[in-house]
Design a protein around this ligand. Structure first.
Ligand code: ADP
Ligand code: MG
Length: 720
């Protein structure tokens, strides 16, 4: 296997750069060229049909058959003119990724290409291979995909791709998109109702999302020479490089040439697909980068994020690279997150989280701001659960990642505002002096400073005109956390509305009624607000005193989904029935178990079949050496010491792997899924992973570099 490592390393030296040219210096010329969106519909549909479609999208209404037929026909013509031969329903099952099943436009029986409205609206993929959490019994394996007209169709390769939801024969949702759409509707209804206390013109509120995507890039050959990266997405072994991120010289440093080519190309592909990627830069860890799109409506933004990850994967291949989205591919280095920037925006164009200088608008802003903090306070555990995955457990609370403790950061200025409001019940936000920074250079205009401080350590931070949910994992589908967040905010807004109306009924003036409820919320949700260093040990202590939970593992975190409070929350807002929530939790527990199983197997295999034999071979060399020294009458104590150390580590590995296998056999017999997941967590992962890894990593330092079978961190990470 050492051979594989050195062959991979040899390839590095003659990797050509893949030159990429923008087809036009104007991105606007290519942006969205492969999208059949609202503009393309307007251009290709009869005005009456177009009106029906756009109304239906806006008002969450059904699209009738005739309209669907017209859309299908127009979409087919558009796609075929661009060379499409197939169409597919593109959906997001509970496996984490996306799925599709391609059908040809060509109808052999009729001898023509066609695409009926019914085919656009509904398909029946073979659902049996997707997880259902026990909802779908095996004899009734049918599932349907159904068109989501709120997310535009797109041409991907030669295939017209149709965003769809995925439901079982009995109507339960089997994907991540369907509950998200329902949560977005719930927050629209609840937020609009509250907005109308202020402005009757507001008819809808749209949630928006800008997911900042972090990722690592490594050479493809090196990646392939690491079975753990291939199988588990993360390196289960590997000693930290001598030069890690201590120098912090990678952050905003220049981008390595091959990565730059890759970025350029995937950005072009994204633009063609209407994905508004905007910023690119290096991250803190070596070989880590970030891409941020302009924010969009949550459902579309999430589809775009899913699609973007796919595009990045495909383009990386062409550049002999591999993009890694795993939450913690390399121990000891920063993990990979996907900051979910989120806000609510009215159909009159007002961002409800943007403070302004007008008093009326500010009360509206404060209403949403404070109610959101209150929602996070009430449902902190559910929010924590919404981002719980086996991979994210490695990241949360480790190396520059938000802790598993949920808290809200709002900055000193907003803290002062809430303190004032709590005391006096009457504040105006003035654009203070500190919001402008005079640079004293005539040619350069004043910069308007963000009203909020930056705090990178908070899992949920207010950043001026949006909240940023930073605890979301890099490989995750944003739909799950976004469903939870929008659901809890919808719930809290409903409570708020009812509380205000109660006060009004008691004779309180509307404005004062609103302020009264807000003051109460400020008091009640204080514990969730934290402005300090979220990475510190003090915070762990302080949070415990405040009664905030610090739930470190996925099996424990997921309990928050099946409490009566959460089950009722989702059911009440029409997002998921009790049964659906329970099934989904079951699926996530199963996924957790599988991931730990895979990692345990990969660890065992690598350790026993590659590391231990390598260590023994090296040990034999040392034994020969020790004997030789002895024969010459030279002191060989140091060599013998090393031989003993190696023996010790080999023993730890062998015993650990053997015990781990026995434990797995025992645990696999546990029938209750939750208990099995807890056992996999406590009795496999917690008990053995670090111990085995530690011994292997020590061996990596002892064994001759020439013999070491695994590509080393320094080789993976310092790509140029
Ligand atoms: P920073 O992380 O420094 O705040 P940006 O201001 O560029 O960086 O924003 C980061 C992400 O937040 C981008 O994807 C951006 O589109 C998104 N964003 C900005 N405003 C909003 C908003 N009102 N709602 C949702 N996302 C937003
Ligand atoms: Mg950010």
């Amino acid at each position: 296997m050492a051979q594989l490592r050195f062959e991979a390393l040899k390839k590095l030296s003659d990797r050509p750069r893949v030159h990429v040219d923008l087809p036009s210096p104007f991105v606007s010329k290519i942006f969205g060229e492969n999208v059949y969106g609202i503009e393309q519909m307007r251009a290709t549909l009869a005005p009456a049909v177009f009106k029906k479609v756009s109304q239906a999208i806006k008002n969450h209404e059904k699209i009738d058959e005739a309209t669907a037929d017209a859309v299908a026909s127009a979409a087919k013509s558009w796609a075929m003119a661009k060379g499409a031969t197939h169409f597919t329903h593109w959906f997001q099952p509970m496996t984490g990724g996306t799925a599709e099943k391609h059908d040809s436009f060509f109808d052999a029986l009729a001898g023509i290409e066609r695409f009926k409205g019914s085919e656009l609206v509904q398909q029946e993929p073979d659902a049996s291979s997707f997880p259902s959490g026990g909802i779908r019994s095996t004899f009734e394996a049918r599932g349907y995909t159904a068109w989501d007209p709120t997310s535009p169709m797109f041409l991907y390769g030669k295939t017209l791709s149709i965003p769809t939801i995925f439901v079982s024969y009995t109507g339960e949702t089997l994907d991540t998109k369907a509950p998200l759409l329902k949560a977005l509707k719930a927050v629209d209804i609840a937020a609009t109702q509250v907005c109308q206390l202020f402005d009757k013109d507001i008819q809808h509120v749209v949630a928006s999302l800008g997911p900042e995507q972090e990722y690592f890039v490594v050479d493809k050959a090196l990646f392939q020479a690491r079975p753990d990266l291939v199988m588990a997405g993360r390196s289960v072994f590997g000693h930290s490089p001598a030069r890690g991120q201590q120098l912090e010289d990678h952050y905003f440093g220049s981008i390595p040439g091959r990565v730059y080519d890759f970025m350029k190309e995937f950005e072009i592909e994204c633009w063609k697909l209407g994905i508004p990627v905007r910023t690119r830069h290096n991250e803190v860890a070596p070989s880590q980068f970030e891409v941020a799109p302009l924010f969009e409506e949550v459902n579309v933004a999430n589809d775009h994020n899913q699609l973007m990850m796919d595009v990045m994967g495909r383009v990386a291949e062409k550049h002999n690279l591999k993009a890694l989205f795993h939450e913690k591919p390399f121990a000891g280095l920063n993990g990979t997150g996907k900051h979910n920037n989120w806000s609510l925006i009215t159909d009159t164009g007002v961002n409800l989280y943007a403070p302004t200088s007008s008093a009326r608008d500010n009360l509206l802003f404060l209403t949403f701001f404070i109610t959101t903090i209150k929602a996070v306070h009430e449902y902190a555990d559910l929010l924590r659960a919404s981002i719980a995955t086996q991979a994210n457990d490695f990241r949360l609370g480790a190396n520059e990642a938000p802790p598993a403790i949920m808290s809200v950061f709002i900055g000193s200025q907003m803290t002062a505002v809430l303190d004032e409001l709590e005391k006096k019940g009457n504040v105006k936000i003035e654009k203070g002096d500190n919001m402008y920074m005079k640079l004293g250079i005539d040619q350069i205009p004043e910069i308007i400073l963000d009203a909020t401080d930056r705090n990178r350590t908070s899992p949920f931070a207010f950043t001026g005109n949006k909240f940023e949910f930073r605890a979301v994992g890099g490989s995750d589908n944003c739909a799950t956390p976004m469903t939870a967040l929008n659901a809890i905010v919808a719930e809290q807004l409903t409570h708020f509305y009812n509380a205000v109306n109660k006060e009004i009924e008691k004779g309180e003036e509307k404005r004062l009624a609103i302020v009264n409820v807000l003051r109460q919320y400020i008091k009640e949700s204080k514990a969730i607000r934290f402005e300090g260093d979220g990475y510190s040990e003090e915070w762990v202590q302080e949070a415990a005193k405040r009664g905030l939970n610090n739930i470190k593992t996925t099996p424990n975190a997921l309990n928050a989904y099946t409490t009566k409070k959460s089950l009722d929350l989702f059911e009440k807002h029409g997002i998921m029935s009790h049964k659906e929530t329970e099934a989904r939790t079951e699926i996530r527990l199963e996924a957790y178990i599988k991931r730990v199983q895979i990692e345990a197997r990969v660890m065992g295999d690598l350790a026993m079949n590659h590391i231990v034999p390598t260590a023994i071979a090296y040990q034999n060399k040392l034994i020969t050496n020790a004997n030789g020294l002895n024969g010459l009458g030279i002191d060989n104590k140091a060599v013998i010491q090393t031989i003993k150390e190696i023996s010790g580590y080999i023993e730890i590995i062998k015993v650990g792997v053997r015990e781990m296998i026995e434990e797995r056999k025992r645990i696999n017999k546990i029938t209750d899924t939750h208990k099995r997941a807890v056992a996999y967590c406590d009795d496999i992962k917690e008990k053995y992973f670090d111990a085995i890894r530690d011994a292997v990593d020590k061996l990596e330092l002892l064994v001759d570099d020439e013999d070491w079978p695994l590509v080393k961190y320094r080789e993976l990470l310092f790509l140029r």
